[in-house]
Design a binder for this molecule. Structure first.
Ligand SMILES: Cc1ncc(COP(=O)(O)O)c(C=O)c1O
Length: 294
């Protein structure tokens, strides 16, 4: 029996599906310890948008640690953080007139989701969140509460509350007009729907079975949220596969600015980019400043 079986916990997932022991990785390829090459369609489930050991990133990392650059700083100011923010501003935000604040919640996807949920609740003073059928947003309690899969939800061990699922695109195979149910419940004071703090959506569902929402559906959702003054949390989850972006929720499939362009610029909203980019952009309501630890 291997050390993985004797010592490592059962709390693991992907190594059950492919029990190979990997040793090296370069670009789109992973190599097992006996030298067999595997084309990596998984790519760290979104962490490796530029491939394994990308030479440009590798050089920058080696240079940084060789000059004893700060590797752990919590949320202290560092030269590296300043460089990142300036570059993000110059390349992404300013050219698109995006009036955003940047939050660094931690490197995981679920961290970004939790921060976005807290922020939406803090700003609106409401508790309930609208999520979608077959959504997956991570394994923490808040992220699980807006996740669809019953097996994953079952892992929580406590009731998952304060979220209401609505049908994702094509859930009824076109049998009903988009958002018929959602909008009716929102508008009907007798529906029993708690007033939502936000709507959280993956533009392309990954764990839910690679379901790509139609652009018209996303536009319809943005429009509905705009009419009802609901912040939209667009879950852009970049994933690189075999060297190019497949990107269940953003740039590669949906154009250079990804799904965010379906949310009007002045509409309050949150875009998360966990794993690969590890930051979260929080849109401001016109004239409003969001502050706090949330
Ligand atoms: C759409 C989506 N959101 C969030 C997450 C959670 O990310 P993490 O495991 O980095 O917390 C995942 C993970 O697979 C995901 O697919």
């Amino acid at each position: 029996m291997s050390i993985f079986e004797t010592l490592e916990s059962e709390v693991r997932s992907y190594s059950r599906g492919w029990p190979t022991v990997f040793d090296r990785a370069q670009g789109s390829w992973l190599y097992s310890e006996d030298g067999k090459a595997y084309l990596d369609f998984f790519a760290g489930a979104g962490a490796l948008n530029y491939g394994h050991n990308n030479p440009v990133l590798k050089k920058a990392l080696i240079d940084y640690i060789s000059r004893d650059g700060v590797t752990h700083a919590l949320d202290m100011f560092t030269v590296a953080k300043r460089d990142f923010l300036e570059t993000l501003n110059d390349i992404i935000l300013k050219p698109r007139e995006m009036d955003y604040k940047v939050i660094f919640p931690g490197p995981g996807g679920a961290n970004a989701v939790e921060a976005a949920l807290k922020l939406a609740r803090k700003v609106t003073g409401k508790e309930s969140v609208i999520n979608f059928t077959n959504a997956f947003h991570g394994m923490t309690l808040g992220a699980l509460s807006v996740t669809g899969n019953s097996m994953k939800r079952g892992g929580a061990g406590v009731p998952l509350v304060h979220a209401t699922p609505m049908p994702y695109d094509k859930y009824f195979d076109g049998a009903y007009p988009d958002f018929l149910y959602f909008e009716r419940l929102l508008e009907d004071a007798g529906s029993g729907l708690n007033e939502p703090a936000a709507v959280i959506v993956e533009t392309v569902q990954g764990e839910g079975g690679i379901n790509a929402a139609r652009i018209d559906w996303l536009r319809g959702l943005a429009d509905l949220c705009h009419r009802h003054d609901l912040p939209v949390e667009v879950h852009r989850w970049l994933r690189a596969t075999a060297g190019h972006h497949v990107d269940p929720a953003g740039s590669g499939r949906m154009g250079s600015r990804g799904a965010q362009r379906y949310v009007p610029r002045r509409q309050p909203g949150v875009r998360h980019r966990g794993r690969g980019a590890a930051h979260l952009l929080a849109g401001r309501r016109p004239g409003e400043e969001h502050q706090g630890e949330g």
